[in-house]
Design a protein around this ligand. Structure first.
Ligand SMILES: Nc1nc2c(ncn2[C@@H]2O[C@H](COP(=O)(O)OP(=O)(O)O)[C@@H](O)[C@H]2O)c(=O)[nH]1
Ligand SMILES: [Mg+2]
Length: 532
């Protein structure tokens, strides 16, 4: 026990993040519920060890989507995390917790829980700046991870996991986390600079946001391979992963964001077997504008700068040093704060915006800056790629976890029962989407090569939210959609039968059935596929 607001308590020892005791809530989506129901039927037939593991899978299925933010050290992961959760809580300086895995989770009360290796927790408050505190009150080598609870609506459906990342290896942290890794039953590839704590966090993730920067362009593919190797194959596939080209503001040229956009497109092509897309982001500006870190006082300093004579103003932007040189009438502290919050690029953007419209209010200025940072597109991608697809993603990862439970079952009977139950589930029309997701993961990761146009069609079939989107024919009347579904079904059927490898043929059969089910669904008024 220590200062006020600090207490120790013991909770059930569980795997990181899933230590909540009691009955799990039912999963939120239809696919998750199907898997949970199957598990409930299966449970009484299993040995005690497998039943306990099954409980873990079911508990996890009911929770928010686990999204890991991965990347090299100093790539801006914590900065991106803050922007995404609308709160500046993850420290971006050199403090102890930047070397730890921190899970930002929804909670009724804002608090930080330091989870020790033995599963006990120490509860702390955020510091005066609202950040996870420097002093966690527990020796670092005893910490398994940090749970940061926030009453933030955006965390209700997604838990964001900040990781120390590549390049942060230190021997003790690796050794200390090996125990946790051992329990999670999944080790990553040897060495290659990813610390064990991050490896564990990533292994438990259901989706990943890779933060890339131009500086590591040459070995991005290798860096992603390291992360990919730690994930379950489902979570590692492009179906569940997106990339950000962060620090877009630091690229050379008159319009760094445009350069970043081009570079991101090239990276997306290069990394297509790893990520669904790569988007450019000026993370620092995004953090400042999304978290309220950019204030009215900052806007006032910007207005003063915008009002300077052009010659004097332009001189400011030559370098960070010149920007804070003392001889100007505008307070140095205000300029230094701007520099820390927006960097030179962001300040320049803001001054340009104010130059074009001196009447711009602070709220509007913030919104326009956020737009230029690239964060709205990133949010949109996360919404579509992850949040709206959370049910399918979680259910797929649960099936992958069940395969591991089956493979590691102490009783041979468990193995057969689990596999039969999963197979039975996948036969049902209502669960076919899970089979399709698996097929899409095989194709998009390059495991099963496919002609480019078929691969693209499959990606659309998986990512579309409505039947029309899935058929790539938004706005078409139902009759046209039905026709299209039949046509596609027949194309994939012939592909499955003629000229494909056995692996391609298996994928094609799954896709064929998806189109048939889609056709049925369109015939019955566009409702969800059921087993009836
Ligand atoms: N100029 C600029 N700096 C950034 C950006 N994103 C992060 N940073 C800075 O890069 C440093 C490392 O960021 P941090 O989020 O701690 O990286 P992490 O180690 O990957 O978590 C910090 O000083 C950030 O302020 C960005 O988009 N542009
Ligand atoms: Mg960090």
């Amino acid at each position: 026990m220590g200062r006020d607001g600090v207490q120790d308590r013991t909770t059930a020892v569980g795997s990181p993040g899933y230590g909540t005791a009691g009955q799990p809530a039912p999963p939120r989506g239809p696919l998750g519920r199907l898997v949970a129901e199957m598990c409930a039927e299966l449970r009484p037939q299993l040995s005690a060890v497998s039943a306990t593991r099954l409980d873990y899978v079911v508990r996890r299925l009911a929770g928010p989507l686990q999204l890991a933010v991965a990347g090299r050290i100093k790539s801006g992961k914590s900065t991106v995390v803050n922007a995404l959760i609308h709160r500046r809580v993850a420290p971006t300086d050199i403090r102890e917790c930047t070397r730890l895995v921190t899970r930002f989770r929804y909670g009724a009360v804002d608090r930080v829980e330091v989870v020790r290796q033995d599963g006990t927790r120490r509860v702390l408050s955020y510091d005066a700046d609202g950040l996870v505190p420097v002093d966690l009150g527990v020796a670092v080598d005893q910490i398994a991870y940090v749970d940061a609870f926030l009453t933030s609506a955006s965390l209700e459906s997604v838990t964001v996991i900040d990781t120390p990342g590549l390049g942060s290896t230190d021997a003790t942290s690796v050794r200390r986390a090996e125990a946790v890794l051992g329990r999670s039953g999944r080790a990553g590839p040897d060495g290659v600079g990813l610390d064990a704590g991050s490896r564990t966090a990533i292994a438990q993730a259901e989706a990943v946001l890779y933060v890339l920067t131009q500086a590591v362009r040459a070995d991005d593919a290798e860096a992603l391979a390291v992360f990919g190797g730690c994930l379950s194959p489902q979570a590692a596939s492009p179906v569940n992963a997106v990339g950000l080209l962060n620090k877009a503001d630091q690229l050379d040229g008159a319009d760094p964001i445009a350069t970043a956009r081009e570079l991101a497109t090239a990276q997306a092509r290069l990394l297509r077997h790893r990520v669904r897309d790569v988007l450019p982001l000026a993370g620092l500006v995004a953090e400042a504008t999304e978290t309220g870190h950019f204030t009215e006082a900052d806007a006032d300093v910007l207005r003063q700068i915008a009002g300077l004579p052009p010659a004097q103003r332009d001189l400011l932007f030559f370098s960070a040093d010149l920007f804070v040189r003392p001889e100007l009438p505008i307070p140095v502290s205000g300029r230094a704060r701007l520099l820390a919050r927006l960097d030179l690029f962001g300040v320049r953007q803001a001054v340009d915006l104010l130059g074009a419209d001196p009447t711009l209010g602070t709220g509007e200025l913030r919104r326009k800056l956020a737009e230029r940072s690239g964060v709205p597109a990133v949010r949109d991608l996360i919404e579509h790629a992850f949040r709206r697809r959370a049910d399918g993603i979680k259910a797929s990862v649960a099936l992958a976890a069940l395969a591991v439970v089956a493979a590691q079952a102490p009783a041979p009977g468990d193995r057969t029962r689990i596999r039969d139950a999963v197979e039975g589930l996948l036969q049902r029309p209502a669960a076919h989407q899970l089979r399709l997701l698996e097929a899409a993961a095989l194709v998009s990761s390059g495991t099963v090569p496919m002609p480019a146009e078929l691969a693209a069609e499959l990606a659309g079939l998986v990512s579309g939210e409505t039947p029309a989107e899935r058929l790539g024919a938004s706005g078409s009347p139902v009759a046209v959609l039905r026709e299209l579904a039949l046509e596609r079904a027949s194309t994939w059927r012939s592909f499955a039968t003629f000229g494909s490898t056995p692996a391609q043929s298996r994928v094609a059969h799954v896709v064929h059935r998806s189109y048939c089910l889609l056709w049925q669904q369109l015939a019955t008024g566009g409702g969800a596929v059921t087993d009836e």
